[in-house]
Every structure is written in C-alpha cells, then in structure tokens.
Design a protein. Structure first.
Length: 256
C-alpha cells in the first residue's frame, strides 16, 4: 500500500513539507489507515497533522463508541484531535436536506474551519468509494461528468488513498495492529449505495476481478475527454487505474 499512496501523493502534488493537514477520521479502516500513514510513514514531510472526528449523533451508543475509539487512538499516536458532536437530524430538518447531504456539508464546513486558509483537508476516499460513486451516478442517469468518479484533488482537499481498495486499507490496519470500527448502517441494503457495495459490485467482480481498476481508467478518460480533448483521453486510456497516469491530469468531476 505504501508505494501506491506515495506515488499518488507525488503524482497529484498533494503535499509539501511542513503542510498543516486536517484528516477526517471516522474510526473506520480507511480513515485510520490514512491517519496512521500520514503520521508514521512520511517523516521527511514533517507534516502538522490534526485529526477531525464528527459525531452525527445518529446511531446512539455506536456513535459514542466510534468517537471514543478515535479519541483513544489519537491520544496513543500523539495526534491533536478536534471532535465535534453535531445533531445532523435537526440540521437536516431545519434546512430541508437529507441526512447524507446535511452530514456532508457539516463535515466539510468543520474541516475547512480547522484547516484555515493555508491548510489542506485529507479524506480517506478509496478506489472502492470511487467505483461505487461511478455506479451510483450511472444508475441514476447522470451525464458523462458523473462517470469520472471521485477526483484525487479538489481545491485544498486531497485523497491520498484514491488508488487503494477498501480491502487494502483493511489489510494495512491488520498488518499494523490498528483496530477499527464498523458503522452498522453500512450493512443496511435499504440504502442504495450499500446495495451497490454489498450486492452489485461482488457480482461485477465475479465477471472481472479488476472491475474497479477498469472503472477508474474509464473515469479518467471521461474526465480527460471533457477537459483536454480526444488525444489526451486516448493517451490516458493506455494506463491502468491512474497508477501510471500523467501528472498533469487532475480531474474535478463530482463534488464529494
């Protein structure tokens, strides 16, 4: 995993020495793998790391369990933590929003507030998340822009794990003895994204185990075709999953 993440950071110019980086941490495998990596695997960067955990108060004792777990790990790793409890259900009702939309807006608001004008925000979106987003947009009838997936960089938001699968982050946590929590709502197939993750994607992998990799390539081609022309799209189509993608490609397709 280390080599892939470092390659991604270098390719998209995500970090510079002494950067202040606010890391969104839920307590799950992806975000803890990201936090551990940034804290322990990049000594030459001398980053100033701040972890940020948002408790949406939606899952009762489970939400408090997640917050406590993040607090304990941050204390163990010596990482400053900002933990906020936000009544997302109330905010969603007040603004006529879905819980997902209200939660996303509040998270990024707090991340931005913590990062300030010069800091960067690191989120733990993975290749698996990007594949789910592409499929979700596709079945909803999106245009070509929605097929681009999640961009590696958007403004001051960076996604160092965007070329790493969820299985790889879990393996990384296990290899480093990092305990992580599981959000029980992620197992509820009443939610469309969960149905795609738990039922549809496994079927696609039966057809081709590298389905997510090929989807990432297609997304980069779509982004390049929309912004840089057919020649660039053709060139990028020769690379796999962005692991060999040109450094100048920095798509900004879907705001996630």
């Amino acid at each position: 995993m280390n080599r892939k993440v470092i390659d991604c950071i270098d390719r998209y110019h995500m970090l510079s020495p002494h950067d202040h980086v606010v890391v969104g941490v839920s307590g799950g495998a992806d975000s803890l793998a990201l936090l551990y990596f940034l804290v322990h695997e990049l000594p030459d960067y001398q980053l100033r790391i701040t972890a940020c955990h948002i408790n949406h108060l939606l899952r009762g004792e489970e939400s408090m369990r997640d917050q406590k777990h993040v607090e304990e790990l941050c204390a163990q790793w010596g990482v400053p933590l900002r933990a906020e409890q936000i009544d997302i259900r109330l905010i969603a009702q007040q603004h006529g929003q879905s819980l997902e939309e209200a939660g996303r807006e509040e998270r990024y608001r707090i991340f931005a507030e913590s990062a300030g004008a010069e800091g960067k925000i690191a989120t733990a979106h993975t290749l698996s998340d990007s594949f789910e987003t592409q499929l979700f947009n596709l079945v909803r009838g999106c245009g070509g822009k929605g097929l681009c997936g999640i961009p590696p960089v958007r403004d001051n938001i960076i996604r160092p794990l965007i070329m790493i699968s969820r299985e790889e982050t879990e393996a990384y946590c296990c290899a480093h003895g990092i305990a992580f929590v599981t959000d029980s709502t992620n197992l509820d197939t009443a939610y469309s994204r969960n149905k795609l993750r738990l039922e549809v994607i496994p079927r696609l992998r039966e057809v081709n185990s590298r389905a997510a990799v090929h989807a990432a390539t297609a997304g980069m081609t779509a982004a390049a075709g929309a912004t840089m022309g057919t020649a660039t799209a053709t060139a990028i189509n020769e690379h796999e999953a962005g692991l060999e993608s040109p450094a100048f490609l920095n798509p900004d397709p879907v705001r996630l």
